[in-house]
Design a protein around this ligand. Sequence first.
Ligand SMILES: [Zn+2]
Length: 528
Amino acid sequence: MARPSKARAASEESSALSSVVSDAPETAVADTAPKGTRGTKRKRNVKQQVKEESEGENDIEERPAPVKKTRQRKAAKVEEEVEPSPKKARKSKKVIEETQEAETTTVDAPPTKAKVVRKRKTKEEKEAEAMPLAARTVGHKLFIGAHVSAAGGPPNAVQNAIHIGANAFALFLKSQRKWANPPLDETHSINFHENCNKHDFDQNKHVVPHGSYLVNLAHTDPERTKQAYDSFLDDLKRCEKLGIALYNFHPGNSVGGDRAAAIAHLAGNLNRAHKETSKVVTLLENMAAGGNVIGSTFEDLRDVIELVEDKSRVGVCLDTCHAFAGGYDLRTPETVQKTMSDFNETVGMKYLRALHLNDSKAPFSSHRDLHANIGTGFLGLRGFHAIMNDERVIGLPMVLETPIEVRDEDGNLQKDAKGKDMEDKGIWAREIKLLENLVGMDVESEEFKEIEDRLQKMGAVERNRIAEQVEKKTTKVKEMEEKTKAKQTKLNFGKAVPAKKGKKAKKEEEADQSDASSLSALPSDNES
Ligand SMILES: [Zn+2]
């Protein structure tokens, strides 16, 4: 995935900076958080971290301690100024960048050691060292984050989460579009534990890796089963090495076969995988697509769970976009209540272990899986307000899988100088703050209405585009159904033979059965 130009600029800035400044500024901000339950541990960590960083391979020089102290105090002050509203968050980012620049120029102590050139930093390492786009909110009852990149290894995902002010995150544990299961790098495992510990991410609760899109545990073909199962089991083992307790995956597809058999096959695979691992909880994600896709209804999820032997090893990750597009309304407090009680009655609230927070570019019950930015889609900000204020989501990891393409206020995509779509991870940073801020906000307030209107306006272009597509497809499907009916009637008048599927129809059906996420307009590593 192409790096967002802003982030790139920031990482270049930071790499230039790192020739002068030895510690990563982002950690200073995150760890000198002023208040909250996690504050004390953080303060303690600063010391440890400073020590480690001075020994780390990226450490270039030794500098007098007083300079460092001043910088940390400054950074802490900046964090206090960070306000939750999107506009203000942007402003704060600027403040942070400016402070950073100012510091660079005021550090005038000459290096006491000759500059040592180390191995070149990767793009991810550079980006991780950049100042965070937003400071993490400390002590909030909601744990909101995003599906971040783990390019270069899982430890980088922690840095990427901090970069956007996340208190929870998702990641891929290996390439999500390849079947290869390369062994997990030992140092990655060690560094992941260390990073989570250092930055107060509870791997048992707030890190939820996402399974591969290729894996279909409901496919009953033996060869396909082996390939899917091996990849799945490998991921679960990675979780256990990384100390991660929750793992989210798409239930799969019956590929036109018997639905009950597919569900039984999936549950059988889960039972096997649970026996071959010790603790990781496998979370079924609800889906949008319908048809052969398993998990588009709460009944599907219930049926799978019913067949899982160890109920402590299974749960659900509820995707708001998938639920909404799948026919579970979430637009108002009343519909959120209704959908939640439906879930409770059918599946059971105790199985709800994580959420994916996405708005929907596609209309209600359209069965299209197209994630929109929070408040810009058909689901809308009021729905998210109701969800964020629902007691049942407190403490659960909630992960954004929203697009990070830059759009203007009218919703038009912004291109960079090379004509490429611009990307900005600051979008996640602002969405996290927005969602956190919805707790206790009055939906009748001017503040709420202003944000609601602005986001709806921003999403109008995409909503209209997709609504048109959905309508066209619905008409087409109806026409085809009528044609088939007519043909069938004609045939029945002649010989009583069942209609055979043409090559084209078969192909189309297969395309429909393939992972619904292929329809998504999201960046490649950020779907579903
Ligand atoms: Zn999802």
